[in-house]
Design a protein around this ligand. Structure first.
Ligand SMILES: NC(=O)C1=CN([C@@H]2O[C@H](COP(=O)(O)OP(=O)(O)OC[C@H]3O[C@@H](n4cnc5c(N)ncnc54)[C@H](O)[C@@H]3O)[C@@H](O)[C@H]2O)C=CC1
Ligand SMILES: C[C@H](O)[C@@H]1OC(=O)[C@H](O)[C@@H]1O
Length: 257
């Protein structure tokens, strides 16, 4: 009848930044849904911790693939190794990202390069690499982890916000270009979730109050609340969605007055 399947049994998913935070949560959630998950970040010990949690689930599986995704050879190499071991790639989650919170007048070239390489170019390189396999498979799902910061102006940095806005637009253009190959490209745009990236900010009571004052649901997100939209976009339930960005933000983006 009409209820689509959210089951991802046997699907092969690759997650960048899977060593901690949102990426670890997404990797575990995809494994719980039945995926074999390629785990990439720079720190092998972080990835092995994620892999151990997935092993304890007795669902899905994982392949640890340490590397620096700002280096094309390492990004392409990790995806090629995953495909070699898993037999293909059905889902790519471009999650890895970073921020250096500098006032616009003080941003250095090095800061610009690092944030753009990490948040935007690595996602493009990974998408190129994955799409070459997905095109042969005649199907694939690419899910980019953007930010509310790509949808509206945040005080946490012009470079970060620019990369997330660009990621949202890259999602649309790749969705349009790769639909002919059966590849769907969507994005998720979170507001604040407590992770190593935001822990310091969220520990500042005044800053947290500012966040909650702008958030109709009056709380930051729980990691499982960003995993659900990712699993949805990876599943049959999203078979007719492409080029879209789902904002997971407690209502922040619609806060008026
Ligand atoms: N935590 C939050 O409140 C929000 C996070 N986001 C986005 O969600 C994504 C994940 O964020 P968090 O989990 O909070 O960050 P995090 O800093 O806790 O984790 C980021 C992960 O990416 C990996 N990574 C960073 N640079 C890398 C590189 N060059 N090579 C390989 N791996 C690299 C890190 O090792 C880490 O595993 C990012 O794209 C971030 O912009 C978006 C909105 C809000
Ligand atoms: C919600 C934003 O993305 C938030 O802003 C930051 O500075 C952190 O990097 C979070 O990602």
């Amino acid at each position: 009848m009409y209820l689509p399947s959210f089951n991802l049994e046997g699907k092969r998913a690759f997650v960048t930044g899977a060593g901690r935070g949102i990426g670890r949560a997404i990797a575990i959630g995809l494994a719980e849904a039945g995926c074999v998950v390629g785990l990439m970040s720079r720190t092998r010990s972080d990835l092995e911790e994620t892999a151990a949690i997935i092993q304890s689930l007795n669902k899905g599986g994982s392949i640890v693939l340490p590397g620096d995704l700002t280096k094309r050879t390492e990004m392409e190499g990790a995806i090629a190794e995953f495909v070699s071991q898993a037999g293909g790639i059905d889902i790519l989650v471009n999650n890895a990202g970073m921020n250096i919170r500098t006032p616009a007048l003080e941003v250095t070239d090095d800061e610009w390069e690092l944030i753009v390489q990490t948040n935007l170019k690595s996602a493009f390189v990974a998408s190129q690499a994955a799409a070459r396999y997905m095109k042969e498979q005649k199907e694939g799902r690419i899910i980019n982890i953007a930010s509310v910061g790509g949808h509206t102006a945040l005080r946490t940095g012009v470079v970060y916000g620019s990369t997330k806005a660009a990621l949202i637009h890259m999602t649309k253009v790749l969705a349009m270009e790769w639909a002919q190959y059966g590849i769907q490209v969507n994005a998720v745009g979170p507001w604040y979730f407590r992770t190593p990236l935001t822990e310091k900010l969220l520990s500042d009571e005044a800053y947290l109050k500012d966040i909650l004052d702008r958030t109709p649901m009056k709380r930051v997100g729980k990691l499982e609340e960003v995993v659900g939209p990712v699993v949805f976009l990876a599943s049959d339930a999203a078979n007719y969605m492409t080029g879209q960005t789902l904002l997971v933000d407690g209502g922040m983006s619609i806060y008026g007055f």
